[in-house]
Design a protein around this ligand. Structure first.
Ligand code: HEM
Length: 437
């Protein structure tokens, strides 16, 4: 029994040894790269290497890496044969140049490190701070409304309406307003899409259809919306640009800053006190700031938008950086901004700038919409019917009213014999002297 057991043990051991030695010899024979003479290619891969790879055979790891500096393989015209992908990309990131037959200037950039930073900014930083900025403005306005309340017509409504804006002015304003609001909604939807909208759509969908199992519902719904939204955004932009030109032509002369505006701004337009407003012409200091912000930021928004609509056509950031560098030098300050931006860097800057400017404008416009509607009694009709109450006009734009009076353009109340509205008991005169415009 003992002998049989020992024999069995010996047989098992022998079998195991055989299998092990067989496996290792198999592995050795298949892994063992057959020697290839690469002297003709200077160490680079040969045709034989390529054919062997195509046959699925193992090719020695160092085949054709031709690592030595300046060898036929790593030079600009070398084959780079045998380089593993990761090695190739690493070298591209480290700045090694490669050659291409493509005529597309962008094809000459295999790897652009800034792309990763741009993506991070696009996906995380910009949406997050945009959200903060909009929420902060909404909170500020709510607090302002709660603490200060509506800005009311102190002397009450009069029975007289005076023309403030003509039809064409109102048309220009509403074209600007509607196009901007559409652009803001579609733009923000594109900015917030993946991070916020897709999960939000999924959440609402799951609440409404608890039994439905549609893991891609949010993504698909958003994809449709993003497609339509992008088309709308790209096309409504032209209406925005047109209205920007319109309001610039119509209102530029009335928005030239004066000392009256500085004084108006120094008193914060009298907004924080309950009685009395500083002197103002047709547009006060605050409105002039809004006007120039809309023109300058809107112009910049349009320029960067056109750069995004026609990719790789413009070098506006290189040109701007050049001018900024020169301006810095002029005042003895070295800015050293990169003036040799690649086409893709130009696009990245255009995208980031477009978003930042849009967000600043959105925040400013939210405040404007508040003041032009709920925030100030009597303001909306200026852009609605085009007419405003005379008392409102006197309180907010006294110098403008004085000028109209001088020209005899203020209508008389029914039954009044004196054409001068100054004699009418419309309000207690808080500012007896109105400087001439
Ligand atoms: C629903 C939205 C909006 C409302 C209710 C609104 C309301 C008004 C009102 C009532 C005025 C005349 C103020 C006055 O008589 O002195 C005005 C003027 C103006 N609005 Fe708007 N607006 C809106 C949207 C926009 C948008 C989106 C923009 C720009 C992108 C804009 C730009 C302007 C400019 C530049 C002026 C002239 C300067 C001023 O009066 O502040 N508005 N708006």
């Amino acid at each position: 029994m003992k002998t049989v057991f020992l024999k069995l043990l010996a047989l098992t051991l022998a079998a195991l040894l055989f299998v092990a030695s067989g496996e290792s010899s198999y592995a050795q024979s298949s892994d063992e790269p057959a020697a290839v003479d690469r002297t003709a290619t200077g160490g680079a891969q040969t045709l034989e290497d390529i054919l062997r790879r195509q046959r699925g055979e193992v090719v020695p790891l160092d085949a054709g890496t031709g690592d030595s500096e300046g060898s036929a393989t790593t030079g600009p015209l070398g084959t780079q044969g045998g380089l593993s992908d990761s090695e190739l990309w690493r070298r591209a990131r480290q700045g090694q140049t490669f050659s291409t037959t493509s005529q597309d200037p962008n094809a000459s950039f295999l790897v652009q490190d800034e792309g990763a930073k741009w993506l991070e900014t696009r996906q995380s930083t910009l949406p997050t701070y945009t959200m903060y900025a909009i929420l902060a403005m909404l909170i500020l306005l709510t607090l302002f409304l709660l603490i200060r309340g509506r800005i009311r017509i102190m002397s009450g409504w009069s029975s007289i309406k005076i023309q403030r804006f003509s039809f064409i002015e109102r048309f220009g304003h509403w074209l600007l307003a509607t196009s901007f609001i559409v652009l803001a909604i579609t733009g923000l939807a594109l900015l917030f899409g993946r991070e916020y909208l897709v999960p939000a759509i999924d959440w609402v969908h799951a609440k409404m259809n608890p039994d439905a199992i549609e893991p891609n519902y949010g993504k698909e719904a958003y994809a449709w919306f993003a497609g339509v939204g992008k088309w709308v955004h790209d096309n409504v932009a032209w209406a925005f640009m047109l209205s920007l030109i319109m309001i610039f032509i119509m209102w530029v002369f009335r928005n030239i800053p004066t000392w009256t505006d500085v004084k108006w701004l120094a008193q914060l337009g009298g907004m924080l006190r309950q009685h009395g407003h500083p002197h103002a012409r047709k547009f006060n200091g605050g409105q002039k700031i809004l006007f120039w912000l809309v023109i300058i930021l809107g112009g910049s928004l349009s320029a960067s938008g056109i750069a995004l609509l026609q990719p790789y056509e413009y070098s506006m950031f290189s040109a701007t950086f050049e001018k900024l560098n020169a301006a810095g030098e002029a005042v003895g300050y070295t800015l050293a901004l990169n003036t040799a931006l690649t086409p893709i860097q130009e696009m990245q800057y255009a995208q980031q700038w477009h978003t930042i400017i849009a967000v600043v404008m959105i925040v400013v416009v939210i405040a404007h919409i508040y003041i032009g509607s709920v925030g100030m009694q009597g303001a909306f009709s200026a852009m609605g019917s085009g007419k405003v109450d005379l008392n409102w006009a006197r309180e907010h734009h006294d110098m403008w009213v004085a000028k109209l009076e001088k020209k005899g353009k203020i209508p008389r109340p029914a039954g009044a014999s004196n054409p001068s509205t100054r004699d009418m008991p419309l309000r207690a005169p808080k500012k007896p002297t109105v400087p001439a415009e």
